[in-house]
Design a protein around this ligand. Sequence first.
Ligand code: PLP
Length: 377
Amino acid sequence: KLKLSARVQSIEGSKTARFIPLLEQMRQVGRSVISLAIGEPAADTPPAVIEATVKALQQQKTRYSEMAGLKELRAALATRFENCSPENIAIFNGSKQALYAAFQTLCNPGDEVIVPLPCWVSFPEQVRLAGGEPVFVPTVDHQLDMAAIRSAANEKTRAILINSPNNPTGAVYPRRDLEQIARLAEEKDLYIVADEAYSYFVYDNLSYDSVYDLDSIRDRLIVTRSFSKHYAMTGFRVGYTVAPKETAAAMVRLHSHLTGNVCTFAQYGALAALDMDEKLLARGRMDLQRKRDLAYDQVRELFPCIRPQGAFYLFPDISGHLEKDEHSGDFAARILERAGVAVVPGEDFGLDGHVRICFAAPEEQLTEAFKRIREVL
Ligand code: PLP
């Protein structure tokens, strides 16, 4: 039998997909299953995006394009960030690949990256694939524990990862905390990797502070953002980074051997998304805020839960429903088998005793899912 590399043997596939085979099986035998597991908006991709993509196809925009991404797209994105030029932007196959490129670009073997917990499933594996070591620091009530982060920083630390709005908790970090992270990064000569895939989804008129707003640290900052969630374009696979020019160029060098350009006609779709009416987009956000309220009211009748201020996830504490030696994965399996509702176990995000529930589903599905969970409990 051929041996695979230690590298691929050391990583696990994305855990958020672990219940999909069971879910499919249940559907095949005619069970009704509601999936609140996958992080996708239920909204359709906007017609303007579809039209621009189809038009690009019809115009034969079907060839290789620039490795860093279409110049028009990078130029349009650059206008959205202060003191930013197209050379600071690089387009990737989703922000997932942008993050992968970021860690590959920053880490030497043994370098440490501070990752607050709970965290999105891909961060630890992406850091390890880059030869780095994730150093996990728990959060307090889903907010950054500044003292713990400071004491985790040492001479091996290369970067601090910040994900706000957060997956899986929906936490949004206040500016004063970002400022403290920035000070620490300057003091210890560290990079900040800011995953802002959910930057548009902040509720209750809360102002969203991007790490990019702290201008003094832009020379040590890699921001990643995405078209996936904001414009309901998850399958287009278009995301990007905003980074210092040399860093962006290094990430593109890597990308040039990995996939080359991002799907050319998908990038034209992304360009059209940037022209969309802000009012239309704001309506989508209000819809999600309504769903957040609906889901939060229902989840709180069942479990303790911190109210999410952003993204589209609830992360309730289900530990009161675990038997001795049980983990959140057992609870998620029970809910799937008995209630026909798929959620993601908190242990997959590095915090057991919780589950992640995506509230971007249609409202009637949310209500039905909570009704079924209530019955099973
Ligand atoms: N970052 C976070 C926190 C996410 O939840 C996701 C997707 O679920 C991504 C990044 C990657 O998204 P995409 O590659 O579609 O831009």
